[in-house]
Every structure is written in structure tokens, then in C-alpha cells.
Write a protein that binds this ligand. Structure first.
Ligand code: SF4
Length: 327
């Protein structure tokens, strides 16, 4: 039976919007609005949605790089959301992040050796000789060479820099990697190399991934399950195969219809969503997707649907489906 590594319960984040003469808080933006999910040991959970849906804020809250407004995050049954700074530092050894823009996340004035050594110093792991050995070991593991250790980030290509970002995340031997758009800034040909590397590393080290992306096509390649987010909420959560073969939520259907299929004989109808994604500071009442949904009914503008389990094992938040038990 699957064993949970991470549990997220009703996680929320609101950012204040200041205004007026005295810079008071005039309203709040609900960037993440009550999401719950579990990530099992050794699996990859993809989190997808358009920009501004709250997926990156979610990733950062799991490590408390952003403090949640409400809700709980449990890592190996330890409540991350209530740990002291000292305890949090220990847990962060087991949870690491890979960022979208490897160039921005690597200090340009530091050599690769110094960049990779830093997490070990922060966590008090190993002496100088052991740290150096680990740096060289990791460079080989991610497909670079020991002679790269003395070079600086600007001397590498985008794909190589992301390999360095992955190596840095692996230095402390973490159990969970939260990868926030790790291949979005890379050319398509390089994307698959980095994705293959991540899959190989997962098998070799028994890693668990949370893989955040705006592109459903990218997430399919690597995910066991996928959560689709819209305006701060999870609107659909299912096994990857089921979600891609039979998407249930109208938003997921629209997102998937835009993913190119590399088969000239495969025909599919493209669903064009009208209207922009609404502002999170002023979300529509009822179902937040109703202003763009091709299937909306009267109730959709009045009542917010809850994420409920369907017979096919999907979790869907939509009035087209019966509301049964919650997540
Ligand atoms: Fe569309 Fe209504 Fe379902 Fe929202 S609840 S996705 S508006 S059908």
C-alpha cells in the first residue's frame, strides 16, 4: 500500500493589497484557496495550471519559503507548518527545490564547486574533503564532469545550468524534490534530456517529486498523478493516464485540447477558451471558471463546487458531476 510522504491539508495563502492614503490593507488576494492533497513515497505529482493559478506559491509554501496563511503541511507526519526555525532547517535537508530559471538561482560570482558545496555547509554535512568528493560525485551523476567544478554559471548552456540546479538540490540526499517549472526556460530538445535525467535520478535514489508546470504536455511525461489548479484551487486530481485519456473538468479539457499530439492522423477538437483568466484579487462568485466555461449552468455562478471523488477515481470540482464525499 502507498505510504504518504507529504500531506497537505486546506492550505491557503492570502496576500494583502494596500491602497488609500495611508497604505492600509484594502483587500486580500487569495493566491491559494484551500487545497488538499497527498504525495506518496516514490511517486511524482504534477501540478499544472496557467500563470497566476497559485501553483508556484503552493510549491514554496510546502517548504515554508512562503508562510501559509492557513492550513497544514505534514512531511513524514511532522507538521512543517508549526516547526521552529531550527527544526525547519533540519526538515529542509530532506525537501529541496529546483527552480525554473537556473541562471537566476545560481550565484554568478561563485564557482560550481562553491554553489554545490553550499547546501552541505548550511546543513553541517561532512568535512572539506567529503564535501569536495560529493561535489564531484554529483557532477558525474547529473551528466557533467569533475572539471566543470571550477567553472562559473555563465560558462554553461541552459540545459547544463539546470543540471547544476538539480545537482545542488540532490547534495543533501533529499527525499522530496519540488521542481517549479524546471524545463520551461529550456529548448524543447533539451527539455526531454532534463526530464529523462530526472526520471533516472528518481529511480536510482527513490526520490519523490512534485513537478510544477503550466504545460500539461510536459507533466504527462513524468507524473503518476496530476492536480490541475485554477485560481488558487485544485479543480481536478487524478492518475495521469486517466486524466489525459478522459479529462472530466471543462478547464482540464480545454488545457488538454491545446496540447499538440505528435501524430498527423490523430484529430482532436480544440476548445478555445474565451476571456482572460480573472484577477485573483476579484475572483468570480460560484465556480471561478464560470466566466470562461463552455458548459456553465445557472448554479455555476451561484455556488462554488467542491472537489469530490467520482466513481472513476477522479477528483473533480464541477457541478456537472455529483458531489459525494470530499478529498
Ligand atoms: Fe463549468 Fe459549472 Fe463545472 Fe464550473 S461548475 S467548470 S462553470 S460546468
Amino acid at each position: 500500500m502507498a505510504e504518504a510522504l507529504l500531506q497537505v491539508e486546506d492550505l491557503r495563502k492570502s496576500f494583502p493589497v494596500k491602497g488609500g492614503l495611508f497604505g492600509r490593507t484594502v483587500k486580500e488576494v487569495k493566491a491559494v484557496d484551500g487545497i488538499s492533497f497527498t504525495v506518496n513515497k516514490g511517486e511524482t505529482l504534477g501540478i499544472v495550471g496557467e500563470s497566476g493559478c497559485g501553483k508556484s506559491t503552493t510549491g514554496r509554501m510546502l517548504m515554508r519559503l512562503i508562510e501559509p496563511t492557513n492550513g497544514r503541511v505534514l512531511f513524514e507526519n511532522k507538521e512543517v507548518t508549526s516547526l521552529s526555525n531550527n527544526e525547519l532547517r533540519k526538515v529542509r535537508r530532506d525537501m529541496q527545490m529546483v527552480f525554473q530559471d537556473p541562471f537566476a538561482s545560481l550565484n554568478p560570482r561563485h564557482s560550481v564547486e562553491k554553489i554545490l558545496e553550499e547546501p552541505l555547509i548550511v546543513h553541517g554535512m561532512g568535512d572539506k574533503r567529503e564535501r569536495k568528493k560529493r561535489v564531484y560525485e554529483l557532477l558525474e551523476i547529473v551528466g557533467l564532469s569533475s572539471y566543470h567544478a571550477k567553472r562559473y554559471p555563465h560558462q554553461f548552456s541552459g540545459g547544463q545550468r539546470q543540471r547544476i540546479g538539480i545537482a545542488r538540490a540532490l547534495m543533501t540526499k533529499p527525499k522530496l524534490i519540488i521542481a517549479d517549472e524546471p524545463v520551461s526556460a529550456l529548448d524543447v530538445s533539451i527539455q526531454s534530456q532534463v526530464l529523462n535525467l530526472m526520471e533516472d535520478l528518481q529511480k536510482e535514489f527513490g526520490l519523490t517529486y512534485i513537478f510544477i508546470a503550466h504545460d500539461l504536455g510536459v507533466v504527462r511525461h513524468i507524473s503518476d498523478r496530476v492536480a490541475v489548479m485554477y485560481l488558487g484551487k485544485v479543480v481536478e486530481l487524478a492518475d495521469s493516464d486517466k486524466l489525459y485519456e478522459r479529462p472530466q473538468h471543462p478547464y482540464t479539457q480545454a488545457l488538454l485540447s491545446a496540447v499538440p499530439i505528435p501524430d498527423p492522423n490523430y484529430k482532436k477538437d480544440s476548445i478555445i477558451l474565451t476571456g482572460d483568466i480573472p484577477s485573483p484579487s476579484n475572483p468570480p462568485a460560484g465556480c471561478a471558471f464560470h466566466t470562461r466555461c463552455p458548459h456553465k449552468k445557472e448554479i455555476c455562478a451561484l455556488k462554488q463546487p467542491t472537489l469530490t471523488k467520482q466513481e472513476n477515481g477522479h477528483y473533480v470540482a464541477c457541478h456537472l458531476f455529483p458531489e459525494t464525499d470530499g478529498v
